[in-house]
Design a protein around this ligand. Structure first.
Ligand code: MN
Length: 463
């Protein structure tokens, strides 16, 4: 995708100054473009009048390939001329506060130089109007060649791309949410209004019909792919191939409808022999958001975080706080799910195993089992407050499991809560954070906050 770059100026200083503004802006854009990994920076020209500002913003708003806009004021740019444009801007905005020259040319500086290079002055005027209009934006300060500035722009560009993705995200729900559970519920119309998430219901029978169309050849081919990628630790290959059929059918179903996230519910599996496990893990691995027990909010958030972190190191995975090691002073959370832990979180090569589930009354499902990665991470929950949404992000540290757990037939992560177990968990409980989260080593609290604020959700950071 692209990021538009607009330079604020005005006609006050004459044609020569405008020419220089255009030239310098292009140089700055090229430099930033070199350092942005997933977007191209497109210079859209110097804005000198209200009509130009409005025209530029209209074009940006309606260009599907443009994820956001960077504005910088090279000279003074009286901000009344920006008001009508800023009132309708519908994409993320980054206010870049930079300057063409890094060092002042002390021996040469004159009033022409002062008039040309006055972002110190012009960006304050622009910032005032942004604040007056209550426009949410990222503000980045520093010389444009500074690596830290480039890093902040890159991080924001990831957010802008994820925001564009979120605005058109469709989630397929197979079945409703788990009976009697509160936190996986929520106002889907409000989520559509705020985040852009369209959540569609399907009967699980619609998926069963799709599964019936999968051929034996297709199933064998995908099973072969599994053998090349994972370790097989079962003789019951029929159960594994059943999941391969689910994967093929799910992928087809989702792609046909433009769905990038989905949910299942172990209470609603009529016509399925197994709870989708390995199939869900495989789809999660290839970027689809997933939420178990009908949890469409966490499915959507997982998809958004996966998109935001696509070009970064690290993973984002649907997760559940399952059980604790409460050893005093060394408390740990064991996170897992019945089956559906995303293999992007794996430290060890995933192993395909088949075990009875103990819940749901179906045949033993195939799943990928692995130990989770280690390192600094976040756990993020999204809940419906009855009056909108709240996003809660906790800082955690993923750690190696202290001992082997040879009888646990499911992929697992272990982590330490920050700042410590008691206060971190207490805060989580008091904020009403869910047991379902997105655990991520790619998304930090600032990313989560930017996403929450941009969409009118409350945000809480713990840790
Ligand atoms: Mn669950």
């Amino acid at each position: 995708m692209k990021i538009a770059f607009l330079t604020g100026s005005q006609y006050l200083y004459g044609e020569e100054t405008i020419k220089q503004v255009e030239k310098n802006s292009e140089i700055i854009c090229r430099e930033i473009d070199k350092k942005t990994t997933r977007v191209t920076i497109e210079y859209k020209g110097a804005v000198k009048t209200d009509a130009e500002a409005l025209k530029a913003v209209k074009e940006i708003n309606y260009d599907d390939e443009t994820a956001g806009v960077i504005v910088w004021c090279h000279t003074f740019s009286p901000a009344k001329m920006w008001i009508n444009a800023l009132k309708i801007i519908n994409k993320p905005l980054l206010h870049l506060h930079t300057q063409f020259n890094e060092r002042l040319p002390y021996g040469e500086i004159d009033m022409d130089f002062m008039n040309l290079n006055q972002s110190a002055h012009g960006d304050r005027e622009f910032g005032y109007v942004l604040s007056r209009l209550k426009i949410k934006r990222e503000t980045v300060v520093g010389h444009y060649k500074d690596d830290e500035v480039a890093g902040q722009i890159n991080k924001w560009a990831d957010f802008a791309v994820a925001q564009a993705f979120s605005g058109q995200l469709k989630i397929a729900r197979f079945g409703d949410n788990m009976r009697e559970v509160a936190v996986t519920e929520g106002d889907k119309v409000e989520a559509n209004i705020r985040f852009g998430w369209m959540t569609d219901y399907y009967a699980v029978g619609d998926l069963v019909d799709e599964i019936k169309k999968v051929t034996a050849e297709e199933t064998e081919a995908l099973f072969g792919e599994y053998l090349g990628k994972y370790r097989l630790n079962t003789t019951d290959t029929d159960k594994v191939k059943e999941q391969a059929k689910y994967e093929i059918a799910l992928r087809r179903f989702l792609n046909r409808g433009g769905y990038k996230a989905f949910t299942t519910n172990f209470q609603d599996l009529h016509g399925l022999k197994q709870l989708p496990g390995l199939a869900v893990q495989r789809l999660s691995e290839s970027g689809y958001g997933f939420g178990a027990e009908g949890d469409w909010k966490t499915a959507a958030l997982t998809a958004v975080f996966k998109k935001m972190g696509e070009n970064r190191d690290g993973f984002s995975a649907f997760m559940e706080d399952y059980t604790y090691d409460l050893s005093s002073g060394n408390e740990l959370v064991l996170g897992a799910h019945m089956l559906e832990v995303c293999p992007t979180a794996a430290k060890t090569c995933p192993v395909i195993e088949v075990h009875p589930l103990g819940i749901g009354g179906k045949e033993p499902p195939a799943r990928l089992v692995f130990d989770g990665a280690e390192g600094e991470a976040t756990a993020t929950s999204i809940v419906d407050t009855g009056n909108g949404f709240k996003i809660i992000t906790a800082k955690i540290e993923l750690v190696a499991q202290p001992e082997k757990m040879p009888k646990l037939p499911v992929a697992r992560l272990m982590w330490r809560v920050k700042p410590n177990f008691k206060s971190g968990v207490k805060a989580w409980l008091e904020e009403g954070g869910a047991h379902h989260t997105v655990v991520s080593t790619a998304i930090d609290t600032m990313d989560a906050e930017a996403f929450a604020r941009a969409n009118g959700a409350e945000f809480v950071e713990i840790g």
